[in-house]
Design a protein around this ligand. Structure first.
Ligand code: GLN
Length: 540
């Protein structure tokens, strides 16, 4: 079978969940036995989202090959269990950079370099790059932004050309919004009609419409939309708000979205999707009645998407442990000695979030000291692990001024320090220690038991490291360095074995947690939190 290209575009407003719909489609096609990949094309000029702060587009996701990626790639991996790479996330910046580099190398010698055809050709080349490897039956391409944005025009022009060239090897799924006007007590289809018109004006006829809505859209209304938009009547499906994003693939399947897509792409005799493992997960979700309460201490907790992968990894781990996740956000800037008791007393477990810079860092130390002294299951991730080390140095080793040189370059006790190879780095984009690295865990450590393995591989995104000069002092005082990189001997995992569960990882295990393979260290953390909860209650 030729590689099929599915384009997912969005209209009316942003934040409709194109990433979830793309991921759901990929999930269903994979469950039917097809080889699938998803890629995201973002219209902004940044080369990648690595230099953006979380207020812009939420969390920065990291792929195994060390690409700092849009958070939608996290959804892709969580829904499909397929790893993505640098090739799965392209921005306008990268397209322009490639074209400008080619121009400097004389590849267009004598020609005027223009948006059309040079930029659009470079977009097309990138869209088909993964497909041309022969490794995929379906390449799903999500186009970032909303139809009508000036900056996404070259992408849509490339989609138009590809649809024309590929015929029924291409398909466009357009996601729109059908608002409900409370005062009129009516659902309104006009924004959808306008957005499809806009797409048609650009020369793209969508094949399938997915309507985001808060209320059920009656069949009659869907038929009307189909008629106005030149789409087959059954190819208008609704995506109503779901209690969990993980229900969306099933809801799409129940409306035959995957079947319609196969029909549009002329694929016959496809096997039915095998969703057994997925249904099992959903069953755990529905059956879970009791709660596990986890506090997330960070400086971006007010942003819904800033810690997306951590939230999802926790949710998956809680679900597999038959618990409903009660995630409490604790703003690290507002946490101090005076309120820590009240803020943390109810927690079954506490996560200290990753981050950059010193804002909110003192609150993380207060939380860590409290958790260590009250023996609450505690999980520090990246900066969270570094804070664990600093708090221990200050309050157990008695090194009062211990710090990371990120926060205080002149600290006399640089227990967290810049890696040697980072000292000469001046460029900000893509220059951290990024991507998956091996880690060897000490036999018998809590971390090794959690993984059920002594060799693991997890993803990184940081510049600073545990300073190995202090290793012996930490081990002697009871904080063990139980995970290290086998080549560089950089410390990857610390833990206090005498505590219930007190582990910090320099890496980000949340990036590799998916619905079908939840990350073992998150599963173990939640298990510890559940035991602690039971213990607290039995003592009452
Ligand atoms: N700021 C820290 C470093 O660069 C931690 C980074 C993070 O938490 N991702 O090492």
């Amino acid at each position: 079978m030729d590689t099929k290209y599915i384009f997912v575009t969005g209209g009316v407003v942003s934040s409709l969940g194109k990433g979830i719909i793309s991921s759901s489609l990929a999930c269903l096609l994979k469950a039917r036995g097809f080889r699938v990949t998803i890629q995201k094309f973002d219209p902004y000029i940044n080369i990648d989202p690595g230099t953006l702060n979380p207020y812009e587009h939420g969390e920065c996701y990291v792929t195994v090959d060390g690409h700092e990626a849009d958070l939608d790639l996290g959804h892709y991996e969580r829904f499909t269990n397929i790893q993505t790479t640098r090739a799965n996330n392209i921005t306008s910046g990268r397209i322009f950079q490639n074209v400008i580099n080619k121009e400097r190398h004389g590849e267009y010698l004598g020609k005027t370099v223009q948006i059309i055809p040079h930029i659009t050709d470079e977009i097309k080349r990138n869209v088909t790059l993964l497909g041309e490897t022969g490794n995929f039956d379906f390449v799903i391409t999500e186009i970032g932004g909303t139809v009508g944005d000036i900056e996404s025009l070259p992408f849509l022009e490339a989609v138009r050309q590809l649809k024309w060239e590929l015929g029924d090897d291409a398909c466009c799924v357009h996601l729109t919004y059908v608002p409900y006007l409370g005062a009129a007590k009516e659902l309104k289809t006009k924004p959808t009609q306008h957005s499809v018109k806009q797409l048609q004006q650009l020369g793209i006829q969508p094949d399938i419409l997915v309507l985001r809505t808060e209320k059920d859209i009656p069949q009659e209304m869907r038929r009307k939309i189909a008629q106005f938009c030149n789409v087959a009547p059954d190819a208008v499906v609704q995506s109503a708000d779901a209690p969990s994003i993980y229900e969306v693939p099933v809801r799409m399947h129940n409306q035959h979205l995957d079947e319609i897509l196969l029909r549009v792409c002329n694929v016959s005799n496809a096997p039915e999707p095998d969703m057994e493992a997925w249904y099992k997960f959903l069953n755990h979700m529905v059956e879970a009645k009791e709660e596990v309460t986890i506090g997330l201490v960070g400086k971006y907790v007010e942003l819904q998407d800033a810690y997306k992968s951590i939230n999802e990894a926790l949710f998956q781990a809680a679900t597999y442990n038959d618990r409903r996740l009660n995630l409490i956000s604790i703003h690290s800037e507002h946490l101090h000695e005076g309120n820590v008791d009240e803020k943390l007393a109810q927690m079954d477990g506490v996560i200290i979030a990753p981050g950059f810079g010193s804002r909110g860092i003192e609150g993380k130390f207060v939380a860590l000291k409290w958790c260590r002294e009250h023996d609450v299951p505690t999980f520090g991730i990246c900066l969270g692990m570094q804070c664990m080390v600093i708090e221990f140095a200050r309050n157990v080793l008695g090194l009062k001024d211990a710090n990371s040189t990120e926060m205080q370059p002149s600290t006399p006790h640089n227990v967290i320090d810049l890696m040697e190879e980072q000292k000469s780095v001046t460029d900000m984009g893509g220059t951290m220690r990024l991507g998956a690295y091996d880690c060897v865990l000490r036999p018998g450590s809590r971390a090794a038991m959690a993984y059920g393995a002594e060799n693991v591989r997890e993803r990184h995104r940081h510049r600073f490291e545990f300073n190995n000069n202090y290793r012996a002092a930490f081990e002697q005082a009871g904080m063990n360095c139980v995970g290290e990189n086998p080549e560089t001997h950089l410390v990857e995992v610390v833990e206090i074995p005498e505590k219930r569960w007190f582990i910090g990882t320099q890496y980000h295990p949340e990036y590799s947690s998916t619905v079908l393979s939840p990350n073992p260290i998150f599963l173990d953390f939640i298990k510890a939190a559940i035991s602690f909860h039971k213990e607290k209650n039995s003592n009452k």
